[in-house]
Ligand binder design. Structure first.
Ligand SMILES: CC(C)(COP(=O)(O)OP(=O)(O)OC[C@H]1O[C@@H](n2cnc3c(N)ncnc32)[C@H](O)[C@@H]1OP(=O)(O)O)[C@@H](O)C(=O)NCCC(=O)NCCS
Length: 195
């Protein structure tokens, strides 16, 4: 497997791959995302419009089997920027990590850490970034679709240097696979200082 980093305008070519991976992998708990091409087009437009977004692609031969994205927070939508402003954190000093998605056969080989390292190196190279951030969906403990063996990634994220910030939360809408319509989902932000 090889990792390839694409930045800015070069991302446009890979939007169909990103949409395919997101729609496949995020059907899993806890995301339960019942994706659509229309939703993907809207969501990923933020990344192509920015000029400073990054995608780290995991390739196996010609196939793109995983991807991870990031973008300066100031280029994100209001739902992501507003909680930082409300807390007095300057959005222009935050690099926001979007999704990391890897198809199951390629998991367990350390790619997740490599995804974070590539994005951090890029964020540091931009200059002016004091924080890395991402957010994860918060599901109730007793959610009916929670698999018996499922474990949250919290311990992994802590090992990667992130901590949850109780005062930094937002909500984001998508359609769950077990719901008839789009619903809002509580999202918890995590932060890592870049020092
Ligand atoms: C998250 C994901 C990208 C991890 O990919 P991966 O390459 O298999 O992860 P790695 O092999 O790099 O493992 C990294 C660490 O996470 C742990 N880990 C990976 N997947 C895990 C899981 N589902 N549950 C618990 N721990 C997990 C590994 O044990 C490892 O810990 P270590 O560093 O102490 O050894 C992949 O499982 C995935 O696509 N999941 C579904 C989407 C998702 O949850 N994305 C993250 C939020 S956007």
């Amino acid at each position: 497997m090889q990792l390839e980093t694409v930045v800015g305008d070069a991302l446009a070519k890979y939007i169909p791959d990103l949409a395919r991976l997101r729609m496949t992998v995020f059907r899993e708990y806890p995301y339960l995302y019942d994706g659509s091409e229309a939703y993907e087009a809207e969501y990923l437009r933020t990344y192509t419009a920015s000029g400073e977004a990054i995608a780290v692609l995991a390739r196996d031969g010609d196939a793109i089997v995983g991807a991870s994205t990031g973008i300066p927070l100031a280029a994100e939508t209001e739902a992501f920027v507003r909680p930082f402003e409300a807390l007095g954190l300057d959005p222009t000093t935050v690099f926001y990590c979007g999704e990391s998605v890897l198809l199951p056969p390629w998991r367990g080989r350390g790619i997740y850490r490599a995804f974070f390292e590539a994005r951090e190196a890029y964020a540091r190279g931009l200059g002016g970034m004091a924080w890395m951030s991402f957010c994860g969906v918060v599901r109730p403990e007793n959610h009916p679709l929670r698999p018996a063996h499922w474990e949250p990634l919290d311990a992994v994220w802590r090992r990667f240097g992130f901590a949850p910030q109780p005062k930094l939360q937002t909500s984001y809408a998508w359609k769950d696979i077990d719901q008839p319509d789009t619903t809002e989902h509580p999202m918890q932000f995590w932060l890592k200082p870049l020092g």
